[in-house]
Every structure is written in structure tokens, then in C-alpha cells.
Design a protein around this ligand. Structure first.
Ligand code: T4K
Length: 396
């Protein structure tokens, strides 16, 4: 480590180290596909690369239908509409804001459910407690690629006659009971945003085994067109472009390399943070597959001499742009904060976890040397906690 700013001198990294730096996949394969699509002059609207991407995704996930979209948010919006959700839908508050917005955008009220602190996922028992006469569905989110308690949610949804969907934006390549995520509930939604495990610049998909639902979603993402000049359903424009599919396919080609890099990075963080008091690296169940796309720390303020927000300031001063995902929880963001000002009263675990989490850089853009430095920054910060706290408070 050449220098350690600890809020003072030059940062330890000259250039910012971002969370979510894209995995570029096989660059040559991407350029070959891009040249070919330019030669074909077929740029979007169900082109051959989108078709190939869809069938490779369906094959990988062992699911009958994969309908790609321009991003996961639009995929969620379309799916929510296609299954006919209305009234109230139960979701975790601890998720990216898109899960909530996809409902509110269409006049459906997201009802925020607390999480299970052991998994960071929606707590099924608490979800059932939120069901009212207006509830039409539950959307579970497989946060950090760790599956929700799908069995419990499925049982509740069946008994209470609710539609169950999953936001699987984090969970491509992950399993539940050894089966690929993508086949559960009525349908699941994937994200191929630039920051995701597999990326298509921007992209998403609805995956399902339901033939009728798949046909409806496919119509809805293309204005409801069924052949030339024939619109048979209300729809929007949710299509993925060919260049996105080229990137998605090249990402898929490189999936083993990306996973190796993520797992290697995870092990480096584990070794570097093993003996650091108050810092716990979130674990992924060994019996399931995960894509290790998120390095999640929980800071225990009782055991660590600096709290989460103080550590974030130290990391940022060193050009390590760690994130506080998904702080402060959807219920504390607009419009939900104004519409449901008391929602937090039912979300103690969400509030607690959201105040403890730090997400660190990983992926193919990060190497073991950089991770070693990041871990040393955290260790050193905790050793110098008193000085740092004084500096942060502006006390000489
Ligand atoms: N559901 C869940 C559970 C989700 O997490 C998400 C998205 C969605 C639904 C919706 O999926 P999409 O509609 O996006 O397909 C980022 C991503 O934009 C978002 O896709 C992702 N979740 C979320 C967890 O992270 P922000 O607001 O943090 O983005 P931003 O601009 O701060 O970028 C994140 C980091 O990545 C920065 O450190 C910079 C770095 N970055 C980003 C891009 C785009 C790069 O280094 N290069 C890049 O090209 O949301």
C-alpha cells in the first residue's frame, strides 16, 4: 500500500474503484457479432441475436420461455400488467427502487414487508400478515442472488390465492434447492444491466414455464403486434436491441471466467477481513450456486469502533467508491415516504440491516492486489478509529 489518506493526504487508489464495474465478457466475440449485425442491417425488432440470446438463456435456466426486454424495470412493469396485478402487492422494502416503482407506476400500491435478517430476503410470515382484501400478489426479490424462501412464499400465495412473482435481477446463475432460479412463481424477471453478472449494456427478461403468460408478455413488449398491421393487445415498447443481445451473448460466452473472478475476489475478501472486529462478510450457502456478484459487508457498530457511514467516508476518501445498497429502504424514498409515512414502524429489521450494509467492488475489473489494499484500508481505519472520528467531526 503506497499511501493511506485516511481523510488526509492522497488517496490510496489514484483512480476511483467503483462497485458495479461491468464485466466485459469476450470482447472479440462481441465485436464479431456487432460487425455481423451491422452487415445484416438488422438492428432491433426480434433479430437473430435476440432470438439466440433468448434460447441460450432459456436453455441455461432450463425454463420454457425467455422474453428479453430493454431492461428489467420495463420487464417487471409488463409482467405485473400481464398477470393482472392491481390494488396492493407485497414486496420487500429492502430492494432496488425499481421493484416498488414498477408497481406504483401503474397505480398499484406496494406494501412494504420486513426482511429476515439472516437472509436479507422478504420474511414470508410477515408477508402473510400484510395480506388484505386488496392484495393481489407478492413479489419476492432474490437479494444478492440468494433465493427467497420460495417454498414458504409459494404455499402462502396458493392458500391466499395470490399471484407470486420474483424479481431475480441479482440471481442469474443462482439456484434454489439445486434448481436454477428462473422457473419459480408465475414468472421471474432477470436484469442484464451493465453492472450485473451477465450484461447486455441494458437489458432484462421475463422467464416462465407458462405458455399463455409468455405469449401475452411477448405481445405486450412489442405494442401488441401479432404480425404486420395487426394489433391484438395493449402493449408498449420493451424490446431488446441486437447490439444488446450481442453483448449478452458475449457475456454468456464468458460466464465461467466471470464466475471464477467473482469467487476468487470473494475468497480474497474473506481472507483479508477474517480477523477484523465488527465486520462480517455476507456468506453464500455452500449447498446452492451463487454468482458472487455482490460483496456485502455488515458492520456491527457494537463491535466495530467506526460505524457504517464513517467507514464509507474513509473508503471514499481512498477512492474506493463502496455503496450503501439498499439504504435507506424503498419506504424512505419518494413517493413512498410521503404516501406511507408510517411504513417504517413495521420494518425494524429492514431499517437495521439497511444501516449496516456496505457493498464493495468486485468483478473482472478488480484483482487480488486491489482487494488486499481495500482490506488493509478497513483494518487500518478501525485501528485509527479515534483519530478518524475526530477528523470527521472537524475536531483538531
Ligand atoms: N430489481 C433489482 C433488485 C435491482 O437491483 C435492479 C437494478 C432492478 C430491479 C432493475 O434492473 P434494470 O432496470 O436496471 O435492468 C445500479 C444499476 O443501474 C441497477 O441496474 C441495479 N439494480 C442497481 C443495484 O445498481 P445505481 O443507481 O447504483 O447505478 P449507478 O449509476 O450509481 O452505477 C452503479 C455503479 O456502477 C457505480 O459505482 C458506477 C458503476 N458503473 C456503472 C455503469 C452503468 C460503471 O462502472 N460502468 C457503467 O457502465 O443502480
Amino acid at each position: 500500500m503506497s499511501s493511506l489518506a485516511l481523510l488526509g493526504s492522497a488517496p490510496v487508489f489514484a483512480e476511483p474503484l467503483h462497485v458495479g464495474r461491468p464485466n466485459l465478457g469476450d470482447r472479440e466475440a462481441f465485436l464479431r457479432r456487432t460487425n455481423a449485425l451491422l452487415d445484416r442491417r438488422w438492428l432491433t425488432n426480434a433479430g437473430p441475436l435476440v432470438t439466440e440470446f433468448e434460447s441460450r438463456l432459456a436453455e441455461t435456466l432450463q425454463v420454457k420461455h425467455c422474453i428479453t426486454m430493454c431492461n428489467a424495470t420495463v420487464a417487471l412493469e409488463i409482467l405485473i400488467r400481464a398477470v393482472g396485478l392491481e390494488g396492493e402487492v407485497i414486496i420487500p422494502s429492502y430492494t432496488f427502487i425499481a421493484t416498488a416503482h414498477a408497481l406504483q407506476w401503474q397505480g398499484i400500491t406496494p406494501i412494504f414487508c420486513d426482511l429476515d435478517p439472516n437472509t436479507h430476503n422478504i420474511d414470508p410470515t410477515k408477508a402473510e400478515g400484510l395480506v388484505t382484501a386488496k392484495t393481489t400478489g407478492i413479489i419476492g426479490v432474490h437479494l444478492w442472488g440468494r433465493a427467497c424462501d420460495i417454498d414458504a412464499l409459494t404455499e402462502i400465495a396458493k392458500r391466499r390465492k395470490l399471484t407470486l412473482l420474483f424479481d431475480a435481477a441479482h440471481a442469474f446463475g443462482c439456484t434454489y434447492r439445486h434448481q436454477p432460479i428462473g422457473r419459480f412463481g408465475a414468472a421471474e424477471v432477470l436484469s442484464f444491466h451493465a453492472t450485473k453478472f451477465i450484461n447486455a449494456f441494458e437489458g432484462g427478461a421475463v422467464v416462465t414455464n407458462d405458455d399463455e403468460l409468455a405469449a401475452k408478455v411477448r405481445l405486450m413488449k412489442n405494442f401488441g403486434f401479432s404480425g404486420y398491421d395487426n394489433v391484438i393487445y395493449i402493449g408498449t415498447n420493451g424490446k431488446m436491441t441486437e447490439v444488446s443481445a450481442a453483448m449478452g451473448l458475449s457475456s454468456l460466452d464468458a460466464i465461467d471466467d466471470i464466475l471464477d473472478a467473482n469467487v476468487g475476489n470473494y475468497e480474497s475478501y474473506r481472507a483479508g477481513l477474517a480477523d477484523v472486529p465488527g465486520i462480517r462478510l455476507l456468506e453464500y450457502p455452500q449447498e446452492e450456486r451463487n454468482n458472487y456478484q455482490y460483496i456485502v459487508l455488515e458492520i456491527d457498530s457494537a463491535a466495530a469502533p467506526l460505524n457504517r457511514d464513517e467507514l464509507i467516508k474513509v473508503l471514499h476518501a481512498e477512492n474506493i467508491l463502496a455503496r450503501r445498497y439498499f439504504w435507506p429502504g424503498c419506504h424512505r424514498m419518494e413517493p413512498y415516504r410521503s404516501l406511507q409515512p408510517n411504513a417504517g414502524l413495521l420494518l425494524p429489521e429492514t431499517e437495521s440491516v439497511a444501516s449496516r450494509v456496505i457493498v464493495l467492488p468486485t468483478g473482472t475489473a478488480v484483482n487480488a492486489t486491489a482487494i488486499d489494499t481495500i482490506c488493509k484500508v478497513l483494518q487500518t481505519a478501525l485501528v485509527h478509529a479515534d483519530e478518524i472520528r475526530r477528523t470527521l467531526r472537524g475536531v483538531p
